[in-house]
Design a protein around this ligand. Structure first.
Ligand SMILES: [Fe+2]
Ligand SMILES: [Fe+2]
Length: 250
C-alpha cells in the first residue's frame, strides 16, 4: 500500500494492520498524515511494528529527515510507536502536544525534545496553512486533542470518528456504507460510550467554533470526505442514547 494523496498537499502515510481480534474483528489501520507546506508537518505516527511502513510512505513524498513539525494528538502506543524513530531522523523538529501529554511523551523519548504544549485556540503556521488545536480531554484520554487545518477544511480528530477496519481503500465512501457505520458504532461503543456526556459537550463546542469541515481524517479506519453530517449526527445519536440528553447541534 502506497502513500495516498487525500487532498492537495495532504497525504495518508499510515499502516494497515490486517490481523483481527475481538476488539477489531476487521483489523484496523494506524493513520498518520503528512502535510506539505513551506514547513513539513507530520500528524501522529503509527504502532511501533509499522515504523518502516510510515518511513517508506513519507519517503514517497519527502525525505523522512525533512520534517519540521510533529503534532501528536494522542500518546497511546499505537499512535506514538514510531515517534522515537521520527525524532531520531529529525532531532530538531518541533513537537506539539496537549499539556497533558508532555510528561507521557518525555517518558517515551528521553532525549531533549523541542516540545510545545498547546491549548484550545493555539495555532501554528507552516506557510500557506494554519493548524489550529482543540483540546479534547477524555476523548478518550486526558491528552487527546484535535487538529484542524482551516484552508484545507480538514479535521484530524485522532481516535474520535475512528473505526477498526483494515482495507486497501482509504475513504469511507469507497466501501459498503452499512459495514463502515457498523464499525464506527462498535468503535464508539468500545471506546467513547463511557464518556458520552463529554462527546456531546465537545461536539457542541466544536459546532460553536463554526469550523468549515469537508474532510474528517481519524486515526483508525476510513477517512470521511462525503456525508460528514451523517457521521456527526450518528455520534450525537449514540451519545444521546447513553446519556438520555437531548442536545441540538446542526
Ligand atoms: Fe486511543
Ligand atoms: Fe487509537
Amino acid at each position: 500500500m502506497a502513500a495516498i494523496e487525500l487532498k492537495s498537499n495532504v497525504y495518508w502515510v499510515g499502516a494497515i494492520h490486517w490481523n483481527t481480534c475481538t476488539a477489531a474483528p476487521r483489523g484496523t489501520t494506524f493513520n498518520a498524515y503528512l502535510v506539505v507546506d513551506e514547513q513539513i508537518t507530520l500528524v501522529d505516527t503509527v504502532y511501533a511494528p509499522y515504523t518502516a511502513d510510515l518511513i517508506n510512505h513519507i519517503s514517497e513524498i519527502v525525505a523522512p529527515t525533512e520534517i519540521d513539525n510533529i503534532i501528536v494528538n494522542h500518546i497511546e502506543p499505537e499512535h506514538i510507536g514510531a515517534f522515537p524513530e521520527i525524532m531520531r531522523l529529525n532531532p530538531s523538529a518541533k513537537v506539539y502536544v496537549a499539556a497533558n501529554a508532555v510528561k507521557g511523551i518525555t517518558n517515551v523519548f528521553y532525549k531533549d525534545l523541542n516540545i510545545n504544549a498547546v491549548k484550545t485556540g493555539d495555532s501554528i503556521n507552516t506557510g500557506k496553512y494554519t493548524f489550529r488545536f482543540i483540546e479534547t480531554p477524555m476523548l478518550h484520554w486526558p491528552d487527546s486533542m484535535f487538529t484542524y487545518i482551516s484552508k484545507l477544511k480538514l479535521l484530524l480528530p485522532n481516535d474520535v470518528f475512528s473505526q477498526h477496519y483494515a482495507s486497501n481503500q482509504r475513504f469511507a465512501d469507497q466501501v459498503d456504507e452499512a459495514s463502515v457505520m457498523e464499525s464506527a458504532k462498535k468503535y464508539y461503543a468500545d471506546i467513547l460510550n463511557p464518556v458520552s456526556q463529554i462527546v456531546l459537550r465537545k461536539l457542541a463546542e466544536v459546532e460553536k467554533l463554526e469550523l468549515e469541515i469537508d474532510m474528517i481524517a481519524p486515526s483508525h479506519g476510513f477517512i470521511w470526505r462525503k456525508e460528514i453530517e451523517k457521521l456527526i449526527a450518528a455520534y450525537q445519536r449514540w451519545a444521546q442514547m447513553n446519556t438520555g440528553k437531548k442536545v441540538v447541534v446542526g
